[in-house]
Design a protein around this ligand. Structure first.
Ligand SMILES: Cc1cc2nc3c(=O)[nH]c(=O)nc-3n(C[C@H](O)[C@H](O)[C@H](O)COP(=O)(O)OP(=O)(O)OC[C@H]3O[C@@H](n4cnc5c(N)ncnc54)[C@H](O)[C@@H]3O)c2cc1C
Ligand code: FES
Ligand code: FES
Length: 449
């Protein structure tokens, strides 16, 4: 069953609310504490998109688990700033902000970022922003103290949090979850629970995220190897990614919301095969390769060969993506990702695009160009990529490139825009790539129409 239903109907903890059941409103927010590579980590999540099985070996915290005899600093900030009216959304906001207070914040940025997945339909956001700012003021005083110990000492969470590391460590040793090989694969659930909500409780599931090896991001020489359960937030926090992709924070902020990024896996993004999947586009440009495993048999496949037609992929139902590997950009190389959607945050793309350039002495040696929302699949653009090889960047090259890109795409008109609009958008995103990667040449790239 969905974790949200377990919390409300089996545990009768009704502080966790049901709003959209699609990960958009944050009314069902909870905290998930888990043991990751020898450390306790807390992250916010939307319980409407989690299966009860996701909770295996984890500490699930609802609003009731945060309450103490006195108001916590987060609750006090909400009361003092008048940040609550009907109160329906308030537990979700309080849980998300408390999650920020007990996390190491590497990928959460600020108190405001922590509530970017919460919607309020009646108070208005100014008072909520002020409450978040009050919480930020307390957090700014944190120094070397561990996140949980600081939060306990400032009354943000009850004392029992200090006993959780020991209790979770004991669970790691004693429990193994049995799953069958023919069970369906559930990553973060952020796609499946939205698309197939009614069928979820009837199926048998296996959870790649329960295998520690599939949660790792490591380097083998200049190759990055990611496990098949790595999430968007794992990438955002990875030192390897942060070093090789200087624009990472900007790209990540364009993808979903903080709690969804905590849950959504990269393998799930590939497998749902959405033509606008942000990480499909990101890793197509980088020419990632997949390792697929089923009952002990393994095969490798370039991501560029994975997408066959609309929602049709080269994967047997039981095959698990266990590894994703790609060559890391060197100091000379360039990479950029762009996305345009109807609103800047918490929205899927109208069109997105990525470019990866292997460079030497100012010359482009090899290129990978990809675009989403312009074909039935997340599209790698082979002709346009080849066109850039062994060329020096110039305004003329850019114009030829835009002509080539236009000849390779097949957009359709839909809710996210007309054919003409999507064609124009992609041309502008290719210009944006060049302006970003070769800033010295920017003035001549400013579009004339
Ligand atoms: C509110 C909201 C906002 C979103 N915003 C964005 C956005 O901005 N950009 C974007 O690209 N997407 C967005 N999404 C879609 C979704 O979050 C992503 O596609 C996500 O990466 C899916 O991963 P998951 O692990 O949650 O997939 P799941 O729902 O767990 O699974 C999706 C598919 O992948 C399969 N699968 C999962 N892991 C594996 C594996 N290791 N091996 C084989 N198969 C596997 C499952 O069987 C299933 O078929 C959003 C979703 C929500 C709910
Ligand atoms: S109920 Fe809206 S995010 Fe879960
Ligand atoms: S206080 Fe009513 S929805 Fe936020």
């Amino acid at each position: 069953m969905a974790l949200l239903d377990f919390i409300r109907y089996e545990k009768n903890l009704t502080g966790t609310k049901i709003g959209c059941r699609e990960g958009d409103c944050g009314a069902c927010s909870i905290l998930v504490g888990e043991w990751v590579q020898g450390k306790l980590r807390y992250q916010s999540a939307t319980s409407c998109l989690m299966a009860l099985g996701h909770a295996h070996r984890k500490h699930i915290v609802t609003i009731e688990g945060i309450n103490s005899d006195n108001l916590t600093p987060v609750q006090k900030a909400f009361a003092e700033e008048g940040a609550t009216q009907c109160g329906f959304c308030t537990p979700g906001f309080v849980v998300s902000l408390t999650g920020y207070c007990v996390s190491d914040n590497v990928n959460d940025g600020s108190a405001i970022d922590a509530i970017n997945g919460n919607i309020c339909r009646c108070t208005g956001y100014k008072s909520i922003q002020r409450a978040a700012q009050q919480v930020q003021t307390v957090m700014d005083t944190r120094n070397q103290e561990s996140a949980v110990s600081f939060a306990v000492h400032h009354g943000m969470v009850p004392d029992y949090f200090l006993s959780i590391p020991e209790r979770l460590a004991a669970l790691q040793e004693s429990h193994t979850l049995q799953t069958s090989d023919d069970a369906r694969i559930l990553g973060g659930g952020t796609d499946l629970f939205v698309q197939q909500h009614d069928q979820m409780t009837e199926a048998s599931w296996q959870f790649p995220g329960h295998q520690d090896a599939l949660r790792l991001i490591r380097k083998e020489g200049d190759i990055c190897v990611m496990g098949g359960a790595v999430t968007v937030s794992d990438i955002a926090a990875s030192e390897i990614f942060r070093y090789h992709f200087p624009g990472l924070d900007r790209y990540i902020k364009l993808v979903s919301s903080t709690p969804i990024r905590h849950m959504a896996t990269i393998a799930g993004n590939f497998t749902n095969a959405s033509p606008i999947g942000d990480f499909s586009i990101f890793f197509l440009a980088l020419d990632a390769r997949l390792t697929l495993s089923k009952q002990g048999r393994q095969r490798e496949l370039p991501l560029r060969a994975f997408f066959r037609d609309y929602k049709l992929i080269d994967k047997d139902p039981g095959e698990i993506i266990t590894e994703i590997r790609f060559r890391l950009p060197s100091a000379d190389d360039r990479f950029h990702f762009e996305k345009v959607s109807k609103r800047t945050h918490l929205d899927i793309a109208s069109v997105n695009a990525a470019i990866s350039l292997r460079m030497s002495g100012g010359m482009i040696l090899e290129a990978g160009v990809s675009a989403g929302g312009v074909a039935p699949v997340p599209a790698f653009l082979p002709k346009s990529s080849a066109l850039l090889a062994n060329q020096y960047p110039s305004p003329e090259l850019l114009e030829t490139m835009i002509g080539s890109v236009q000849s390779e795409i097949r957009p359709i008109s839909d809710a996210r825009g007309s054919v003409e609009y999507k064609r124009l958008l992609l041309s502008q995103l290719i210009r944006a790539h060049f302006m970003e990667l070769f800033p010295g040449m920017a003035p001549s790239f400013i579009p004339t129409h």
